[in-house]
Design a protein around this ligand. Structure first.
Ligand code: ATP
Length: 211
């Protein structure tokens, strides 16, 4: 079945990696089918949303059977380009950056941090995890066809670095700094501010207890 990727809503597309990771685990443990309630429990998305999400790509769960794990995985692989390796770069080899370089998405075989950049001479020309660190001044020469950057620099440096990244053809930035970045419309920035996320969790626990 041909699926028009453009018709998948963004909110659904954002949940695909979540579904994918869980289903991969199921397949590895030899399971061939899964119910929406089982999925819902595991990924913490309500089952009505899961059913709606899955209907966009023609996966209609059968009553009493659930969803076919292999079908879903092959669809997700195609949609998420899981068969292709996406190389990314990291800028800012501080505490958080170093943790990412050591982690390097080792459980995923489709994304890899290929290189990192910093301005600190003591970090340049070193290898963290398996990842070489270059001077940020050399980014244009080294970056090649990489289009995605993880940004873990001090917030006051973030906008200036972003402007330079755009000149190198970067199309997507995963921004871990508290800075709000200004970019043109065709550039995608996903912002993850860990301390805001943590504070918001604590706030919700306090003011909106689940039970
Ligand atoms: P550390 O303990 O190594 O300083 P940190 O996470 O507390 O870690 P930050 O001040 O947030 O440090 O800086 C993160 C990294 O970003 C550092 O390695 C720093 O050298 C680097 N950095 C700072 N300015 C730039 C820049 N303009 N371009 C690239 N990297 C930069």
């Amino acid at each position: 079945m041909e699926i028009d990727q453009a018709k998948i809503p963004q909110a659904t597309a954002k949940r695909l990696p979540l579904y994918y990771r869980f289903l991969e685990g199921l397949q590895a443990s030899g399971k061939h089918r899964v119910s929406s309630s089982e999925l819902s429990e595991a990924v913490k998305v309500d089952s009505a949303t899961i059913r709606r999400d899955f209907s966009y790509f023609g996966a209609l769960g059968k009553k009493g059977y659930g969803y076919n794990v292999n079908y879903l995985l092959s669809f997700f692989r195609k949609t998420l380009d899981q068969d292709e390796l996406t190389k990314v770069a990291l800028v800012g080899v501080g505490n958080l950056g170093t943790a990412f370089l050591n982690y390097n998405f080792s459980k995923s075989n489709n994304t890899r941090i290929e290189m990192a950049f910093d301005v600190d001479r003591s970090k340049v020309d070193q290898v963290y995890g398996d990842v070489p660190v270059y001077h940020f001044d050399d980014i244009e020469e080294k970056i090649g066809d990489i289009e995605v950057v993880i940004l873990t620099v001090p917030s006051q440096a973030a906008q200036g670095i972003t402007d330079q990244l755009l000149e190198c053809g970067i199309k997507g930035i995963l921004n871990f700094t508290p800075a709000r970045l200004t970019v043109p419309d065709d550039i995608r920035v996903h912002h993850i501010d860990l301390s805001v996320e943590l504070q918001s969790l604590i706030y919700f626990l306090k003011h909106y207890p689940l039970k």
